[in-house]
Design a protein around this ligand. Sequence first.
Ligand SMILES: Cc1cc2nc3c(=O)[nH]c(=O)nc-3n(C[C@H](O)[C@H](O)[C@H](O)COP(=O)(O)O)c2cc1C
Length: 272
Amino acid sequence: MAEPLAQSGAVAGTPTPGEVGPIRTVLVALAVCGVCALVLTGSVVLLRPYQLENQRGSSEARVHELVASLPGVSELVAEIGGAELELRTVELRTGHLAPSVDAMTLLDRSDASEGRLLPPDRDPAGVGRVPRYAPIYLLRRNGTLHTVILPVSGRGYGGTLRGHLALAGDGETVRGINFDEHRETPGVGAEIENPQWQALWRGKRLHDATGALRIRTVERAPAPGSPEAAYEVQGISGATRTSRGVTELLRFWVGPDGFGPFLARLRAGEKA
Ligand SMILES: Cc1cc2nc3c(=O)[nH]c(=O)nc-3n(C[C@H](O)[C@H](O)[C@H](O)COP(=O)(O)O)c2cc1C
């Protein structure tokens, strides 16, 4: 027989005092969760611009740090005065900037097995492999491209020479070169580190008026004012192989398998 309602202590659908407790707890917990979710979402949305600003700030600081660590480059930056510095990625084959490829990651990565293997007849500098993408520094003054700094490397006498070639925004005039890694003999090939020798490169041009690639080291200093003086630098005495290595690596990296397509764009007046 059915129990009378008065005895069961509940109207159908109405919670009994024993059931009210858990329901309230669940409701309170849901409300707390809802408020927390709102606060969290709100903070993520509100703090995002600050977070992005911080990230930008720390990557700019890292770029400045990196540039300051390249021999001779901080002097160049100081000379330009108020230069804005950018670290960008270039796709070598097309010469286009590749904003979707993080240049900082490329700098951090040093896997020599990556990249396209060069056939020996296209590799006089002993580069071995060329990557698809390369990191470059752009220095602007008042928004105009003033200098591009390109990483260069190639075979020297004692091992691989690694350094940078700084070119004016015209993609043609040398602003400087440096070598921050090599295994050349002190007093002989290691003179590539000598700022006086490096200074000889300033103002040299890569090509002549016909477009022929002319930059190179030579045994004897070109006569001042001669047509050759625009492109040639006297090599280091007693270090023929190091000097030849410098010629080959510069010519390779400004050529078609290196930054040639990118530099051609600059020479054609395209904006980087
Ligand atoms: C101990 C020693 C260290 C040398 N270091 C270098 C060097 O750093 N760079 C270089 O080009 N040649 C160096 N040379 C000289 C080369 O062996 C070579 O004679 C010179 O580069 C000329 O090369 P070539 O005969 O092909 O013209 C060194 C020679 C000796 C004995």
